[in-house]
Design a protein around this ligand. Structure first.
Ligand code: NAD
Length: 484
């Protein structure tokens, strides 16, 4: 019999009330990995109630006490790193080396916020009267509902759970229903670390029932969500009814600008990695490459050569650099975007189809694809593909490159490659994005804010900003008489 996982509500591990189960399959082989309970609205309500009951004690616990528990959970995760990483590869498909990184980073996030939670300082404010004192304190917002997608199912949940708990909020967590196993193991680490019952709850089931209840139920005072822009829009509308706090990390369509003076080798290596790792299923993936006309031929030739050398296969193989895609839906969308581009005149320089070979027959494999002769009439240049496609377009002037990069409803990340400091600042300051990488292909830094402009989101995670979003301000105004 395959493994069964359970939900955690009020400190107890439970099956779904319906006793329904769904099977998670390995995207590399199609083999069953685990059975997961299909929870519904009632389980979400039970979890919210438990979190509400647990809130007063957790909110008033000393920061030091909360910190110790978070550190302990991080230690437990590191102690079980191999096992949890393996589950992540089995359910999501990513190479085991990337899975290990994700689990290690999630543990690091718990350590970081354990300490950051000790610095929730207040302020003493000057007033207009010698008899009045004004104090500003920061208090936890209440029950936080945190909802994550399948592409980084552990890390993105950790980005929310860790600051929420450190701030003194109690939490109901909902991982993506299609990739909940490794996330459940992270919640187990928190439970095993000794968090009081109801402080951390885990509900499993579809977004349209379990997720919707977490959003609509008045008990949750904060919704932290990562996922598609359309889902985020729906959540924001629903949250508006009870003026809930929301933070939304949504879709992206990140541009990379390669200037004529860029270090070609570095730009190619960085671009290939960020376009194809996790099979392009990353919100900050490089989705569009704009390269200066003068170096375009050389850049494209090297980019294609490097792309062809990537090793594809079952993520459990330690040599593999690219695993399968997550499911047929994302693979179909990738095919559609490529077909649309080709119909409008794009050239497929490599990839564009599934790899050949017996070992690829049962999984959702797809070859990393490079397109040239693309323009903004093509879906691949203006919609989020969420697949392994790198379309490359030439530009003549920096202003043209900036205008093309900003020609998108999204604004999550952007990348610039140049050796010139003036050019770097000229471009970085003009890009409409929450994060800009200069000569680097990642904008994620634990201490710095992460989030999107425009339709890529609202609010910021990580750093002190990530903690702030779980806190409310309170002004305490005090009148003093002269004693006597
Ligand atoms: P999704 O929006 O389909 O689902 C995300 C989560 O929301 C899942 O847990 C799902 O069950 C839940 N959900 C779905 N409908 C809901 C509803 N009505 N109410 C409450 N919850 C609901 O996204 P996905 O397909 O899992 O993930 C891929 C998307 O996530 C991409 O668009 C990607 O760009 C985005 N993403 C963004 C970031 C970022 O930081 N900006 C990071 C990773 C992924």
């Amino acid at each position: 019999m395959i493994r069964r996982i359970q939900m955690l509500i009020n400190g107890a591990w439970l099956d779904a009330l319906s006793e329904d189960w769904t099977v998670i399959h390995n995207p590399a082989t199609g083999d069953p990995v685990a059975e997961v309970p299909v929870g519904g609205r009632e389980e979400a309500r039970m979890a919210l109630e438990a979190a509400r009951r647990a809130f007063p004690d957790w909110a008033s616990a000393p920061a030091e006490e909360r910190a110790n528990l978070l550190h302990r959970a991080a230690d437990f995760m590191r102690g079980r790193l191999e096992e949890i990483s393996r589950w992540l590869t089995l359910e999501q498909g990513k190479p085991i080396r990337d899975a290990r990184k994700e689990i290690a980073l999630a543990a690091q996030v718990f350590d970081y916020y354990a300490e950051e939670g000790k610095r929730i300082f207040g302020e003493w404010i000057p007033t207009g009267s010698p008899h009045i004192r004004s104090l500003v304190i920061r208090q936890p917002v209440g029950v936080a509902a945190v909802i994550a997608p399948w592409n980084y199912p552990v890390e993105l949940l950790a980005w929310k759970i860790a600051p929420a708990l450190a701030a003194g909020c109690t939490v109901v967590a909902k991982p993506a229903s299609a990739a909940p196993i490794a996330a459940t193991e992270m919640i187990r680490a928190l439970h095993d670390a000794g968090l009081p019952p109801g402080t951390i709850n885990l509900v499993l089931g579809p977004g349209r029932t379990v997720g919707a209840e977490l959003v609509e139920n008045p008990i949750s005072r904060k919704i932290a969500f990562t996922g598609e822009t359309e889902t985020g829009r729906w959540i924001m509308e629903k949250a508006a009814r009870s003026i809930k706090r929301v933070s939304l990390e949504l879709g992206g369509q990140s541009p990379m600008i390669v200037c004529r003076d860029a270090d070609l080798e570095k730009a190619v290596a960085a671009g290939v990695r960020r376009a194809f790792s996790n099979m392009g299923q990353i919100c900050i993936s490089v989705n569009r490459i704009y390269v200066a006309q003068e170096i375009a031929d050389a850049f494209i030739a090297r980019f294609v050569e490097r792309t062809r050398s990537l090793r594809i296969g079952n993520g459990l193989d330690p040599e593999v650099e690219l695993g399968p895609m997550f499911n047929e839906e994302v693979r179909r969308k990738t095919r559609e975007h490529i077909a649309d581009a080709v119909a409008k005149g794009a050239w497929v320089l490599c990839g564009g189809c599934e790899p050949e070979g017996e070992e690829f027959q049962r999984g959702y494999f797809f070859l990393p694809t490079v397109l040239a002769e693309v323009d903004h009439s093509m879906r691949v240049m203006c919609e989020e593909t969420f697949g392994p496609v790198a379309p490359i377009m030439r530009f003549r002037t920096l202003d043209e490159a900036i205008a093309l990069a900003n020609d998108s409803p999204y604004g999550l990340a952007a990348y610039v490659f140049t050796r010139d400091l003036h050019t770097a600042f000229y471009i970085a300051e003009r890009l409409e994005a929450g994060g800009v990488g200069v000569n680097i292909n990642d904008v994620t830094e634990l201490q710095a804010p992460f989030g999107g402009w425009k339709e890529s989101g609202l609010g910021r995670e990580l750093g002190r900003w990530g903690l702030e979003s779980y806190l409310e301000l309170k002004h305490i105004r005090i009148a003093l008489d002269t004693p006597g």
